[in-house]
Ligand binder design. Structure first.
Ligand SMILES: C[S@@+](CC[C@H](N)C(=O)[O-])C[C@H]1O[C@@H](n2cnc3c(N)ncnc32)[C@H](O)[C@@H]1O
Length: 269
């Protein structure tokens, strides 16, 4: 797969470099002894949903060595970050495009796109104040004026036919808890509702780009990747997106973990 040079250069400039979890942890421990234990505990608490998504990401976005922790860890899967940015760029984002990045995190993708859509504008939204503060700092540091970031929930979008592109990267079901015998039904309902809001925010003919990481498909059985593809494909189709396309990327990250990323793109009709 060919990755454009501007993507690679941007990620280098933003310090998204490949380092193992061990290397990152060693550096964190030197700077702040005991921190990795705290981080492991917080991650467990979040997985058990004992703390909220905002509480979790407010910790993950604290600055270490001049960069949010979240971005240090993002470097572990640099190949995946490159692939997603290439998929997003290939949606056809041009210089006058208006783009909404829902759950934009530290603004890595949104700020890159503000450079591409330099005559349009990019709006980033995330439920964590700390993530948004980092995103704003990134835009300021790069001197971009056509990107704006605000705190807000994915399920409270109130835009109408405003955007040419809407992204939701690695965040489609972040923080959700689907539990019990009716979990599947609950998930279909929530996804349908979410996609409906996404479609409303887009102008007719606008495009959505959604990335979904599947960290361990074997937990759910061998066909899980296919199943996830079909789920997204059909939910988008049922909420007025046509045509829908889903690409798949499998790679091994620097920790030697095999990762599977889906990227769904679809047009609002
Ligand atoms: C895994 S990160 C992905 C961030 C970024 N899109 C990326 O690809 O790196 C998930 C993000 O979703 C945000 N988030 C979680 N629940 C949210 C919600 N209900 N509404 C808006 N943002 C949410 C978190 O604060 C976090 O920044």
């Amino acid at each position: 797969m060919q990755i454009d040079q501007d993507i690679k250069t941007y990620l280098d400039e933003e310090g998204i470099v490949e380092r193992t979890t061990e290397e990152i942890s060693e550096e964190l421990e030197r700077e702040n002894p005991g921190f990795t234990k705290v981080l492991d505990k917080v991650t467990e608490d979040y997985e058990r949903r004992e703390i909220s998504s905002s509480q979790y990401y407010d910790i993950l976005c604290k600055i270490h060595n001049g960069m949010p922790l979240y971005d240090h860890f993002k470097g572990r899967s640099r190949g995946g970050v490159e692939w997603i940015l290439q998929q997003v760029k290939d949606l056809g984002i041009r210089e006058n495009a208006n783009v909404l990045d829902v759950c934009c995190g530290t603004g890595l993708e949104a700020v890159f796109l503000a450079g591409v859509a330099n005559q349009g504008y990019v709006q980033g939204r995330d439920s964590s104040q700390c993530m948004i503060d980092n995103a704003k700092r990134r835009a300021e540091r790069r001197g971009l004026r056509n990107v704006n970031f605000s705190v807000g929930d994915r399920d409270e979008l109130d835009y109408k036919s405003q955007f040419d592109f809407l992204l939701c990267l690695h965040s489609l079901t972040e923080g959700d808890l689907f539990y019990g015998p009716d979990a599947e039904i609950g998930m279909h309902y929530v996804l349908g509702d979410r996609f409906e809001r996404f479609r409303k925010a887009l102008r007719k003919g606008g495009k959505v780009g959604i990335s979904v990481p599947i960290f361990d498909p074997n937990v759910m059985g061998e066909d899980y990747v296919d199943y996830e593809k079909k789920r997204i494909f059909s939910s988008l189709g049922h909420t007025g997106f046509d045509p829908v396309d889903v690409s798949f990327f499998q790679f091994t990250n620097i920790d030697d973990v095999c990762l599977n990323y889906l990227f769904a793109s679809a047009t609002a009709d």
